[in-house]
Design a protein around this ligand. Structure first.
Ligand code: ZN
Length: 450
């Protein structure tokens, strides 16, 4: 199908796609423990109906030992045509009022040309882009299209185990993960690198028991200040990670302006950015270290004593191409060699999630580049993502030959995924429908040429 025809169809279907997005946003499909299960099941059932209607006639809820079911479907193309697997997820992050929403998160709200609501972008926007892609071809795509919609992406995912149990369902030539976005609206981006994630819990012990802070303070070390010194040694004065042996590089793809980044990060008044180098380098090709939890006496029950023991959970994002075990080794070695005053240190390793890098030299990636350029009318650039998606590695292991295309309608500058006032620009959804449709066309043509 020609580009113009696809564009015409995508434009014509947008009002009904937006209506469907509004219906989906109205279902609080939070799969986290402790949240009601009915809306998640309703979301799964509604999604299932929508995808059956657009041509995935065999769409079904898959059986899983625990949690919410993934949706699976297959629309067979001509014999011998390439196989594309479309991925998205139907669960969403919670949207507690204390996040500071300015409109009801479960009511799709049109403002400033965007649609606000929890999941409007992540990933119900991606979901309707898949609906639109099937509708472009009236339910009969030019190649075989598989569909996998996960129900627990935002929480303890059950999909990795499901992939392990049913690798046959995941055999394909190209995975299309529509759960990403451009850096800014209208500027097409393929995400090609994702950082990994390692973590440990460091416990510092300085005293056998609490001591009077007046009688002993000044000569006996308290555990919290000792831990604070240890944590501060993880960065240099400019805020760059200062852990010897941790992998680091320079980002050479598309970059984000400091202004766009600051706007999306909502820094408190007067706060400056940390680190040096381009924003892309700081986010995608260098590590970052954060203390994500601290145990010590709470302020409310504090008294004038020196604290004997304090602990912190330390999380480190690691760069594409690095090995999580080696990176965590380096972090632990740093902690062990920088603990001041001879304090006792115990380190428990809690997480070693690998980074991910997309191959960019295959026919699927080339087709995606062309498709994205056609949809946006300008060449596509490459960006990284600071977040981690462990599922990608699992899919890669299940189907080692397949290529990965990571894109979607969640623009980084404004979509505010996981935060208050999440939103999507409907024009990005429309362009993703065009891009995905053209991708199917090019893959089919490419396969015919080979
Ligand atoms: Zn997502």
């Amino acid at each position: 199908m020609e580009l113009q025809e696809i564009e015409k169809r995508a434009r014509a279907m947008m009002p009904s796609l937006i209506t469907q997005l509004e219906q989906l946003v109205a279902l609080p499909s939070v799969a986290f423990p402790g949240y009601p299960s009915e809306p998640v099941h309703e979301m799964a059932a509604t999604t299932l109906d929508m995808f059956r209607e657009v041509g995935f006639t065999d769409a079904r809820l898959m059986e899983v030992p625990t949690g919410y079911p993934p949706i699976y479907a297959e629309a067979p193309g001509p014999t011998g045509s390439p196989v594309v697997l479309l991925y998205a997820h139907y669960d969403v992050q919670p949207a507690p009022p204390e996040q500071g929403w300015t409109s009801d998160p479960w009511t799709a709200t049109h403002k400033n040309g965007r649609i606000y609501g929890r999941g409007a972008a992540d990933d119900k926007g991606g979901l309707v882009a898949h609906l639109g892609t099937m509708r472009v071809f009236d339910g009969a795509p030019p190649c075989t299209v598989k569909l996998v919609l996960e129900g627990m992406e935002e929480t303890e995912s059950n999909l990795e185990a499901f992939v392990g149990a049913h690798p046959d369902l995941f055999q394909c030539d190209v995975f299309v993960v529509c759960d990403m976005g451009n850096l800014t609206v209208g500027e097409p981006i393929l995400t090609t690198a994702l950082r990994g994630d390692v973590a440990c819990v460091a416990t510092v012990r300085t005293l056998e028991h609490p001591l009077h802070s007046g009688v002993f303070g000044g000569a006996a070390p308290d555990a919290m200040m000792t831990l604070a010194r240890l944590l501060s040694s993880l960065h240099d004065a400019e805020g760059n990670v200062a852990v010897a042996g941790v992998s680091s590089g320079e980002w050479t793809g598309a970059d984000m302006s400091a202004d766009d980044f600051e706007a999306s990060a909502d820094l408190a008044d007067g706060v400056r950015l940390t680190g040096t180098g381009s924003i892309g380098t700081r986010l995608w090709s260098r590590p970052s270290v954060s203390a994500i939890g601290i145990d010590m006496t709470p302020v409310a029950t504090s008294s004038n004593v020196l604290i004997p023991e304090a602990r912190a959970k330390i999380s480190m994002r690691i760069v594409p191409g690095s090995d999580p075990v080696q990176e965590l080794d380096a972090l632990v070695a740093h902690l062990e060699s920088h603990t001041p005053y001879g304090a006792q240190l115990d380190v428990q390793r809690t997480k070693e999630a690998p980074p991910f890098r997309c191959a960019t030299d295959g026919p699927g990636y080339a087709a995606a580049r062309v498709a994205l350029e056609e949809a946006y009318g300008k060449p596509a650039a490459e960006a990284g993502s600071g977040g981690s998606i462990p599922l990608l590695r699992t899919l890669q292991q299940a189907c080692p030959g397949a290529e990965f295309i990571l894109w979607g309608p969640e623009d980084v500058a404004e979509a505010r995924i996981h935060a208050s006032d999440e939103s999507v620009d409907p024009a990005e959804i429309e362009k993703m429908v065009v891009a995905q449709s053209r991708l199917l066309v090019h893959l089919t043509e490419g396969a015919a040429l080979r």
